[in-house]
Design a protein around this ligand. Structure first.
Ligand code: HEM
Length: 396
């Protein structure tokens, strides 16, 4: 009984793990690990130049948690928390229980788990190192379409936890949050989902809750890495990291339903059935925004979502990795659904902001979507070999 009462300490927790492991081993009827070929068994490497969970093909389930650091938190405290998070994430993503894991059996299903960690603008003020904050790491400018709610906005620290199993995500999130308890408080939690692993062929672009193929135009892996990862022009401690924008965007599905298909296709500029641009027949065909139809009108409406979002130059391209949300609606409403829009880009100010500004000025889609949350984070570089997130030289 004592083993279950002690939660945090590594020694006491370690004893709990050993006991639980022994109990598992004693019951051959309930194997601790999924079969070799199961999705549950799959892992994404934790160590690398970059953190996993950015370029990783999006897993089925995601939970994002934002934490506010407690008053009096110093650089060494933050480094300690990040060190513990590194250790936990490395173990959990490999399918091993965290140190002091109170539910070690849940760790036996890594299911492509990734943990991606970033710092928000306020973290630097909180630890007394405002001078180290990169200029772009600031709340986004206010956009005319925003109806932001504090409960979905801001945060000193973020952990994006994704896996192909929602139970795995829940366990990892709880483990990380228990570690964070002495250092701060939970600001917001956002759950998101996509198609289950195996539902769609590999590499197939998913659909969002409006039924659109969403995620077609992305920076090319390898050839356009400079658009995603912070390079030599960024601060040394962030090289290999990236800028992360999280926007909670409500979808007004009840009125969206009232549109016929041609109208829905005009709003986006792409076909619903295939995701092809209105000027092409296949999803990957480049959209021709200059094409004019027999009636003399542009084939893709310049006010359509892709007409406005298309980059004016390559420096505006970003990696979009959105998740859907669909939560119980308030009384009298049929749904409360939308997108946890997540984008990764080397420079939020020159990539995300101009595109969002254009969309805020004109975008046919705006009638059916409303941004209700907004946050920006600097995703730390990956941890190589023994290194931990907390050893980044932002402390030096
Ligand atoms: C493209 C949906 C919000 C930036 C698209 C496409 C869809 C879509 C269906 C076409 C297929 C594709 O390339 O993925 C949505 C929905 C949104 C939303 C439903 C909100 C609920 C945003 C936001 C931004 C954005 C907030 C950035 C500020 C883009 C970009 C493209 C795009 C850059 C590619 C444009 C191109 O070059 O063709 N979006 N989007 N979207 N979206 Fe969004």
């Amino acid at each position: 009984r004592r083993g279950f009462l002690v939660g945090g300490g590594a020694v006491a927790g370690g004893a709990t793990v050993a006991l639980a492991g022994a109990a598992l081993g004693a019951d051959p009827g309930r194997p601790a690990t999924p079969p070799e070929d199961a999705v549950g068994r799959a892992t994404v490497p934790f160590r690398g130049l970059h953190q996993a969970g950015v370029r990783t093909p999006p897993q089925a389930a995601a939970t994002l948690v934002a934490v506010d650091l407690a008053e009096g938190t110093g650089p060494a405290d933050l480094a300690r928390l990040l060190r513990v998070w590194t250790e936990d994430a490395e173990r959990l993503t490999a399918g091993a229980p965290a140190l002091g894991d109170t539910e070690p059996e849940l760790a036996a299903v890594p299911a492509n788990l990734t943990v991606t960690v970033g710092l928000g603008p306020g973290a630097f003020d909180r630890i007394g190192m405002a001078g180290r904050r990169p200029d772009w790491l600031a709340p986004l400018p206010a956009f005319g379409i925003d109806r932001l709610e504090q409960r979905w906005s801001g945060g000193d620290l973020v952990a994006q936890v994704c896996a192909d199993d929602a139970l795995t995500v829940a366990h990892a999130v709880r483990t990380l949050l228990k570690q964070a308890r002495p250092f701060g408080s939970l600001r917001w939690v956002q759950h998101g989902f996509r198609n289950s692993a195996g539902s769609l062929p590999g590499g197939f672009t998913q659909r969002n809750l409006m039924g659109q193929v969403d995620g077609t135009v992305q920076p090319v892996d390898g050839a356009e890495d400079d658009l995603v990862w912070i390079g030599d022009d960024g601060p040394g401690w962030l090289r290999g990291g990236t800028g992360m924008v999280v926007r909670r965007i409500a979808m007004h599905l009840d009125t969206w339903d009232e549109l016929d298909r041609p109208a829905k296709e005009r709003v986006i500029g792409r076909r619903l059935a295939t995701g092809a641009p209105l000027t092409g027949s296949e999803e990957q065909h480049p959209a021709d925004l200059t094409a004019v139809g027999p009636d003399g009108l542009p084939v893709i409406d310049p006010a359509s979502h892709i007409g406005r979002a298309a980059p004016l130059d390559r420096r505006e391209r970003m990696l979009r990795r959105p998740y859907h949300y669909d939560v119980p609606p308030p009384p009298g409403q049929l749904s409360d659904s939308g997108q946890v829009f997540i984008s990764f880009q080397a420079d939020v100010r020159t990539q995300f902001v101009p595109v969002q500004q254009r969309l805020a000025e004109v975008d046919l889609l705006n009638r059916w979507t409303t941004p209700i949350g907004s946050a920006v984070f600097a995703v730390l570089p990956g941890s190589l070999r023994e290194s931990t997130w907390g050893r980044c030289s932002w402390r030096a």
